[in-house]
Design a protein around this ligand. Structure first.
Ligand SMILES: *[C@@H]1O[C@H](CO)[C@@H](O)[C@H](O)[C@H]1NC(C)=O
Length: 115
């Protein structure tokens, strides 16, 4: 049955994303569940760029952004705006924000950091 196969594929995809998220969380720190629940409205593709909330920043505390960027796959890029995510990370003063690229997103102008 085609529907059953599709359903199975969806479960596998969801499961592999979950595994990816768990390993990202363990390796890169921060609170990924919190990031997903508290920051999603600030990093979604639609809508204006708005400053992140305190709870979003709290979830990002201790997260290594460069490290998370390693986990930015086309699937992730489809769901979130990397540009906004980097803006949120910067606003929250998260650690290790990359200056060149994140996933396939090329960061236009390196923020004035001590190079
Ligand atoms: C952040 O992640 C990068 C890439 O995985 C790693 O090279 C770096 O050492 C990490 N920095 C910290 C402070 O954990």
């Amino acid at each position: 049955m085609a529907t059953r196969c599709l359903c199975f594929a969806t479960i596998m995809l969801t499961a592999s994303i979950l595994v990816l998220e768990i390993s990202a969380q363990l390796e890169c720190g921060g609170n990924l569940i919190g990031i997903k629940t508290q920051c999603s409205s600030f990093i979604q593709k639609e809508g204006k760029t708005i400053p992140p909330s305190e709870s979003c920043c709290a979830a990002l505390k201790g997260a290594n952004i460069s490290c998370y960027c390693k986990y930015v796959t086309p699937v992730v890029e489809n769901m979130v705006s990397i540009e906004k995510a980097l803006y949120v990370a910067k606003t929250c003063q998260a650690q290790n924000i990359p200056t060149d690229k994140c996933g396939s997103y090329i960061i236009p102008h390196p923020p004035s950091s001590k190079a």
